[in-house]
Design a protein around this ligand. Structure first.
Ligand code: XIL
Length: 662
């Protein structure tokens, strides 16, 4: 894994196993370039008596790593578990406790100074509800102990990178926010913190979108992000007779693949690495800790590579960064291109321009569009409702989905790469059919719209006599949208027809597709219960599929949006901030740019310029890289005379205006 990973790939290591098991040693040396001691640097084993330290096992690990050119990440200096007996029995005042804390941290960090790259300084200090865990440390030292741990560690080894490590970022928003606030307060107060560790002890039910959100929020601190203890449990229910089935194996592989791809999309400088919690299903802590059968790791119990392993390799090497977890359905507007841009007419080969099973000549996008690791400025339109990026026509002009009438020639399984299919079916032209491309906007924010106007469904019994839809390519952020205009049903009996709707990279598994039952609405919110949802990979014959019928039409403006997993970590920019007096009160207005993932705004007021209180919290719009306009009316203020000070607070910026009421 390390040989193909663009960032360090690691595992936690069980030192007794490293000493006793040659197979373990071979796999550890071959697959990882970063090692974390699973237990031997924890307080109980390394500091067994008040004046005794036991370095042997930890040194064994460090020596092994040095021989194999592997980085060592220390775990962990301060935790509520693995406390030696002498500590739990320790009696002393707060100065004595402070001395214990400082001495432990500095003795251990100094011993390894120059040999370890980094440390988990404090581990698991928060409860799931976002409050501080009532550990022995909190009880004796107060809430600021965490910051002091970082100071002490930094003094002992100024070169070591220091991490705050915890779990649950993906399932508890309260905890995620608490960790985020802690980090931001550290940064504001100059506490030496360099990174955050997301343990990621997840399971087969953890949703991909919650994982993506946890990574995104932590990446937006600007610090290094370590996925520090990854494993994907398959038996969270604790079923004692569960077995490892092909279905579970697939589920696990898909989730490992997703995590690796999501992580790859944070800025390279913040990628500290992915570390799995041990190596094989024989070594995992899950089975012992939770007393149940489980198979959470990429190697099986005899160190053979599992499906998860190959999925990690695919994730590490593939360029595909779209995903069902981040695809959206929204209502927008459908604006016909009119005469804007260029009508696509050239090179249709069908008899008398029937527009049937046909490819256009090469068309221009008008800017460089990045997709699946390639940069494209051209495309070929196919009249069966799909386009192929690049200057090469697809291998078959008659590609259209349905498995329904026995046709297995699907856009998803075709050898062609980089296809976008807003409605891939057997389509045909009408007397008024027109295909058109129009690129608008200014450099950096251009949009290329590719329009199918007045096309019809060709497969009897035809369901739609007239269909209008567009593909939109956005230069900023490489977003893709399919927007649907008005569709007219035929008079034929309503019958299920099968289409394909989605985007594809290099092969079937590099695709994001929309699944819908023929009677389900195009505009229902996405969920399996509503019968409309995005999936990764090909449709199966048994479903999910994209099914339609003439009794169900897309509503005009229905938009399906595909966004990349890339994370915007640029700080929010404040473009303008001002206040004016109106009859309604004092209206405070501001304009921001680039605000993806930003925190809410706080409007604060002061009457003396020093004591500010928050008078309102305003929800950030969180439109990726958009320019947003906000306003807030301070009704009470209008009655006051004299100078009023307003402050706008937001995690990335603060601004202030003075306002004089006469
Ligand atoms: C676990 C080890 O894997 C076990 O061998 C040990 O008995 C208990 O600790 N979060 C952490 C790790 O930060 O230190 C824990 O490791 C797993 C949960």
């Amino acid at each position: 894994m390390q040989s193909v990973a663009p960032f360090p790939f690691g595992a936690s290591i069980n030192v007794p196993l490293l000493k006793s098991n040659p197979t373990y040693r071979v796999v550890v040396a071959r697959e990882y370039n970063s090692l974390t001691p699973e237990n031997v640097m924890k307080m109980s084993p390394i500091h067994p008596a008040i004046n005794t330290y036991s370095w042997t096992n930890a040194d064994t690990l460090v020596n092994f790593a040095q021989q194999n050119n592997q980085r060592v990440h220390g775990h962990t200096l301060v935790w509520h578990q693995s406390l030696p007996g002498w500590l739990t029995n320790f009696v002393g005042d707060s100065a004595a406790w402070e001395n214990v804390l400082k001495t432990h941290i500095q003795t251990v960090v100094s011993h390894f100074a120059g040999k370890l790259a980094s440390w988990d300084v404090v581990n698991e200090a928060f409860n799931d509800n976002g409050t501080l865990r009532s550990s022995i440390w909190l009880q004796h030292l107060g809430p600021d102990y965490i910051a002091r741990c970082f100071q002490y560690a930094h003094e002992a080894d100024p070169a070591a990178l220091l991490f705050y490590n915890d779990y649950g970022h993906e399932y508890s928003t309260a905890k995620l926010n608490a960790i985020d606030s802690l980090i931001r307060s550290f940064l504001q107060n100059g506490v030496p913190v360099n990174g955050v560790g997301l343990q990621m002890h997840i399971n087969k039910n953890t949703s991909n979108s919650s994982i993506a959100n946890a990574i995104k929020v932590m990446a937006q601190t600007g610090l290094k992000v370590h996925m520090s203890e990854l494993d994907i449990a398959l038996n969270p229910e604790g079923n004692q007779s569960l077995t490892f089935t092909p279905a579970l194996s697939q589920l696990q592989a898909d989730k490992y693949n997703f995590i690796v791809r999501a992580y790859k999309n944070i800025p390279a400088a913040q990628q500290y690495g992915i570390t799995t919690w041990n190596v094989s299903d024989a070594d995992t802590w899950i089975t012992t800790n939770y007393s149940r059968p489980d198979w959470p790791l990429p190697f099986d119990s005899v160190y053979q590579k599992k499906q998860a392993y190959y999925a990690i390799i695919e994730g590490l090497t593939s360029k595909w960064n779209y995903d069902a977890a981040t695809a959206q359905s929204t209502s927008g507007t459908y604006t016909d291109l009119g005469n804007n841009g260029t009508a696509i007419t050239a090179n249709f080969t069908g008899a008398a321009m029937t527009f049937d099973n046909d490819n256009s000549s090469i068309q221009n996008i008008g800017f460089n569009f990045n997709y699946n690791g390639s940069t494209y400025n051209q495309f070929v339109l196919n009249t069966n409702g799909f386009i192929k990026l690049g200057a090469t026509a697809p291998s078959s002009a008659s590609i259209f989905y349905p498995t329904y009438n026995g046709n297995t020639n699907s856009v998803i399984t075709a050898p062609d790469v980089d296809l976008l299919y807003p409605y891939n079916h057997d389509l045909t032209g009408t007397a008024t059919t027109e295909y058109r491309v129009y690129t608008s906007g200014s450099p950096g924010a251009r949009v290329c719209t590719i329009q199918y106007r007045n096309v019809a469904d060709k497969l009897a019994p035809e369901q739609y006599s007239n269909m209008n839809f567009q593909v939109k390519l956005y230069e900023a952020g490489n977003t893709i949208e399919f927007v649907y205009g008005s569709w007219a049903p035929t008079a034929n009996t309503s019958t299920l027809i099968t289409a394909a709707l989605g985007i594809k990279g290099s092969y079937a598994n590099n695709s994001v597709n929309l699944s819908k039952g023929s009677s389900n609405s195009w505009s229902a919110s996405l969920s399996t219960a509503n019968g409309i949802y995005f999936i990764n990979g090909d449709y199966s014959a048994a479903g999910p599929q994209f099914n339609t019928r003439n009794s169900v039409l897309p509503e005009v403006g229905r938009t399906y949006r595909f966004t990349t997993l890339a994370i915007n970590t640029l700080p929010v920019t404040l473009l303008d901030f001002y206040a004016i007096n109106k009859k309604t009160g004092i209206v405070i207005t501001w304009l921001t740019a680039n605000e993806a993932g930003s925190k809410n705004f706080e409007i604060q007021r002061s009457l003396n310029g020093t004591d500010f209180t928050t008078i309102s919290t305003i929800t950030a719009k969180d439109n990726s890289q958009a320019t947003n306009n906000y306003s807030f009316i301070d009704e009470n203020a209008a009655a006051r005379k004299g100078t009023i000070y307003y402050r706008l607070k937001q995690n990335d910026m603060d601004a202030e205006v003075n306002f004089r009421v006469l």
